[in-house]
Design a protein. Structure first.
Length: 158
């Protein structure tokens, strides 16, 4: 239902339609407003057939047929309206599911990016530690050789 609201441009008209669709299934209240009712072709044909039947009531015997065809067209219109509502609900549900799934994908992508950045930071830290260890081993080697030289000099003096 939230997606349907986003897809319609006029917020006031959206709200009005949402309330009226829940309260007024036969469009009785909508007829009181000046706004045109969204009728299907079947509904329009039904209304025109009812008008023709009422105009030809005393003149022709075809009025019964016209009224029965008008009732049939009116039923077709109701089923078409239900079909459109069901179709819209299904499409909107699928879109909503997709958006929820896409939101989950975006969250997972952010998590993976953060983990990748942490991994890069850890690798850089490991490189720094390894270079410091290499420097220390080089310095320790120099220090150890200097220690041996000093030791030999001290032994020779004694």
């Amino acid at each position: 239902m939230a997606l349907e609201f986003l897809m319609q441009p006029n917020p006031a008209l959206r709200f009005e339609k949402a309330i009226l669709s829940r309260i007024d299934t036969e469009n009785v209240i909508s007829d009181l407003f000046d706004r045109p009712v969204e009728n299907s072709n079947y509904k329009d044909l039904s209304l025109n057939l009812y008008k023709a039947a009422s105009e030809l009531e005393g003149i022709s015997s075809i009025t019964g047929v016209l009224r029965s065809v008008a009732e049939t067209e009116n039923e077709i219109s109701k089923y078409e309206h239900k079909f459109r509502q069901t179709k819209n609900a299904l499409v909107l549900a699928q879109m909503n599911d997709f958006l929820v799934m896409a939101e989950g994908v975006i969250q997972e992508r952010k998590k993976l990016e953060n983990i990748r950045l942490d991994l890069d930071a850890s690798k850089n830290q490991l490189r720094r530690v390894m270079t410091l260890e290499q420097r220390n081993t080089v310095n320790e080697g120099k220090g150890y050789s200097q220690f041996i030289i000093i030791r030999l000099i001290l032994h020779s003096l004694l």
